[in-house]
Design a protein around this ligand. Structure first.
Ligand SMILES: *[C@@H]1O[C@H](CO)[C@@H](O)[C@H](O)[C@H]1NC(C)=O
Ligand SMILES: *[C@@H]1O[C@H](CO)[C@@H](O)[C@H](O)[C@H]1NC(C)=O
Ligand SMILES: *[C@@H]1O[C@H](CO)[C@@H](O)[C@H](O)[C@H]1NC(C)=O
Ligand SMILES: *[C@@H]1O[C@H](CO)[C@@H](O)[C@H](O)[C@H]1NC(C)=O
Ligand SMILES: *[C@@H]1O[C@H](CO)[C@@H](O)[C@H](O)[C@H]1NC(C)=O
Ligand SMILES: *[C@@H]1O[C@H](CO)[C@@H](O)[C@H](O)[C@H]1NC(C)=O
Ligand SMILES: *[C@@H]1O[C@H](CO)[C@@H](O)[C@H](O)[C@H]1NC(C)=O
Ligand SMILES: *[C@@H]1O[C@H](CO)[C@@H](O)[C@H](O)[C@H]1NC(C)=O
Ligand SMILES: *[C@@H]1O[C@H](CO)[C@@H](O)[C@H](O)[C@H]1NC(C)=O
Ligand SMILES: *[C@@H]1O[C@H](CO)[C@@H](O)[C@H](O)[C@H]1NC(C)=O
Ligand SMILES: [Cu+2]
Length: 558
């Protein structure tokens, strides 16, 4: 007993020592980790991340795709090679770098039919861009139809060697990136016809189990007692939000979507599709195994038998499943309105609702499963919006798709209010090209113009009457930027608009445009319907075998 007490007190003093020491493990590129100058190959492979084998659309053959990491200030040059071959899924692609501003390089944003034509089979496109002032947790994913649901998703982290919050953690490397994803046993070109489709599995770092499936391997997050870890959570979700917790541990939120926050300790958080959080986890509990839970917001979901779970394993703990439990009700869950921007806080413009230069109001409605923003369902135009702008279309009456492009003047403060009606919410709204200040979070009537959280995906609120989201940003990045629901099924069903910032300035702002970009549309436009993949009418018939609640057949976007 005495020895045990001695050991315990020894460990306690080691903890204290290492907490003070601030030893940092700076990330070095490792195998499976890519730098900012790299190439990625999009291809089809059979994988069984949950014990169910299926063909998938993957980056370098893995799910999730490899970590792309960089240091603050690094320039990126990423060649995307299309090596797709499976015609039951989409054969063309484009890849978006979620959260990076692409200031002056709108053509590198990777959004099919907004900033480029898709990359066709056997072709590649190189995205060259700089990221002068951003550091934090990002991700990359397909932005062609619902292709990312078939697997084209991966983490992207920009490390800041001068992180003002570095004193809070000891370890921040590839081992502390935690990806949360939904996974489907049926290919996305089939699922997209089903209204209200549900995922089969939640994967944490690419591993998980599904109800009735085998006891497939789970992700293990290894920690050493006494150390402090910057865990970078990424919800690379097509649909559900995930309620995340670690048995026996609190954690401190320090970043939301690439923007650091004032540290806020919680014991549970909900992360919406597209969002990221960095949390500091202190491994200060007894050496053991603890359940990490990531519960999707679907009906009847549990964490029984390792469903929706991973394992937090302390060095020295046995290789065994945890036996820990979670409290029935969290004591201290995260509420978005309690987060405050750390650096240069404060929303732009004159404080007060409606006091911005441009005050926009948008209503998103569910119309028989499709979505309309202010009465218009977004249907991708055949000529990318950027190409239309470069070709001389400059105002909303000329730009297509008609009713879906909002033209904004340069260097104005925009305040956008969004509300939603009908089922399917709450919808996570993402704006490209910017982060924004969340001056009102859905579900709270208070405004905060002083130090609100700054991020790039926010909930537009649920069905509760009078819920709304209000965000502000400055139009200081000329180009067409997508604003859309990050539930990929909803985006595909029309939940999007394009914010065309100062079209008259775009050409000058983004020149020179790579010649390879000009070539994308002629190559894509020459494809036959079969060369788009996606299974054709058979995909719809397969959907009809699964569900009776269907959208009518439409071919893949072209
Ligand atoms: C990154 O690119 C910018 C131009 O876009 C250039 O000014 C800068 O020097 C480059 N930085 C590095 C580290 O190469
Ligand atoms: C491209 O796909 C073919 C098979 O379809 C495969 O043999 C080849 O290794 C792939 N190339 C790369 C770079 O992944
Ligand atoms: C890509 O290459 C494969 C193999 O050579 C070929 O079968 C296919 O038709 C090519 N795709 C396109 C769009 O040219
Ligand atoms: C999951 O996958 C199977 C096919 O293996 C399917 O029959 C089932 O209904 C799917 N959906 C859900 C929500 O479990
Ligand atoms: C977590 O925080 C709560 C207060 O919100 C506290 O009651 C609890 O003891 C903390 N748990 C641990 C393991 O530190
Ligand atoms: C997560 O989704 C559920 C069900 O759709 C919803 O009730 C909940 O409000 C969402 N959480 C957040 C933080 O938006
Ligand atoms: C959207 O519709 C609402 C309600 O009709 C209207 O007040 C608002 O001005 C419209 N927004 C835009 C950008 O046209
Ligand atoms: C709304 O948010 C404010 C902070 O902006 C917070 O003080 C207040 O408690 C929240 N209200 C509710 C009802 O949670
Ligand atoms: C884009 O760059 C311009 C300078 O060219 C700068 O004034 C503006 O703040 C930047 N915007 C973003 C979103 O980075
Ligand atoms: C739909 O189900 C029928 C009956 O099981 C089957 O014969 C047919 O092949 C299925 N169609 C598709 C496209 O999967
Ligand atoms: Cu949505």
């Amino acid at each position: 007993m005495l020895i045990l007490i001695l050991i315990t007190s020894l460990i306690t003093s080691i903890n204290a020592a290492s907490i003070i020491s601030r030893s940092k493990s700076y990330p070095l590129p490792r195998s499976g980790e890519l730098g900012p100058q790299t190439s990625i190959t999009i291809g089809n492979n059979l994988i069984s991340p949950d014990g169910f084998e299926r063909s998938a659309t993957l980056v370098d053959g893995t799910f999730p795709g490899p970590l792309i990491s960089a240091q603050k200030g690094d320039n990126f040059s990423i060649q995307v090679i299309n090596n797709l071959t499976d015609p039951s899924m989409f054969l063309t692609t484009s890849v978006h770098w979620h959260g990076l501003y692409q200031n002056g390089t709108n053509y590198a944003d990777g959004v099919s039919f907004v900033t480029q034509c898709p990359i066709t089979q056997n072709q590649s496109f190189t995205h060259t861009f700089s990221v002068p002032n951003q550091a934090g947790t990002y991700w990359y994913h397909s932005h062609y139809s619902v292709q990312y649901c078939d697997g084209l998703r991966g983490p992207l982290v920009i490390y800041d060697p001068n992180d003002p919050l570095a004193y809070m953690y000891d370890v921040d490397d590839a081992s502390t990136v935690i990806t949360l994803a939904d996974w489907y046993h049926t290919v996305a070109p089939v699922m997209r016809f089903i209204i209200g489709a549900n995922a089969n599995t939640s994967l944490i770092n690419g591993l998980g189990r599904y109800p009735g499936g085998p006891a497939s391997e789970l992700a293990v997050i290894s920690v050493e007692q006494g150390k402090r870890y910057r865990m970078r959570l990424i919800a690379m979700s097509c649909d559900p939000n995930f309620t995340f917790s670690i048995d026996g541990h609190n954690f401190t939120v320090i970043e939301a979507d690439g923007e650091e926050t004032q540290p806020l300790e919680v014991d549970q958080l909900t992360i919406l599709a597209g969002q990221r959080y960095s949390v500091v986890l202190i491994a200060d509990q007894p050496v053991d195994n603890y359940w990490v839970r990531s519960v999707p917001d679907l009906v009847g979901v549990t964490t029984d038998g390792g469903l929706n779970s991973a394992i937090l394993r302390y060095t020295g703990a046995p290789v065994a499943d945890p036996t820990t439990s979670a409290p029935a009700v969290p004591e201290n869950p995260l509420y978005e309105w309690n987060l405050n921007a750390l650096i240069n806080p404060g929303a732009p413009g004159i404080p007060g609702y409606g006091n911005a230069d441009i005050n926009l109001y948008l209503i998103a409605a569910n119309v028989k499963g499709s979505f309309q923003v202010n009465g218009t369902q977004f249907v991708p135009p055949s000529v990318p919006v950027l190409l239309q702008i470069l070709s001389g279309a400059q105002d909303a009456t000329q730009l297509l798709p008609s009713g879906s492009v909002i033209v904004l003047e340069a260097n104005k403060v925009v305040e956008l209010t969004m509300t939603t009606t009908g089922p399917g919410g709450p919808h996570p709204i993402h704006l490209h090209g910017h982060t924004f200040d969340v001056v009102q979070s859905a579900g709270n009537s208070t405004f905060n113009y002083v130090n609100p959280v700054r991020r790039d995906v926010v909930s537009a609120g649920g069905p509760t009457p009078n819920q709304q989201m209000v965000i502000r940003w400055v139009t200081d990045n000329s180009g067409p930027w997508f604003l859309h629901c990050h539930i990929d099924w909803h985006l595909d069903a029309g939940f999007a608009v394009v914010m065309a910032e100062s079209p008259a300035d775009t050409l000058a702002h983004i020149s020179p445009i790579p010649a390879a970009w000009d070539q994308l549309c002629p190559t894509f436009d020459a494809l036959t319907v079969d060369q788009l993949g996606g299974g054709g009418i058979l995909a719809w018939e397969e959907a009809a075998n699964i569900s009776t609640i269907l959208f009518p057949y439409t071919p893949p976007p072209s």
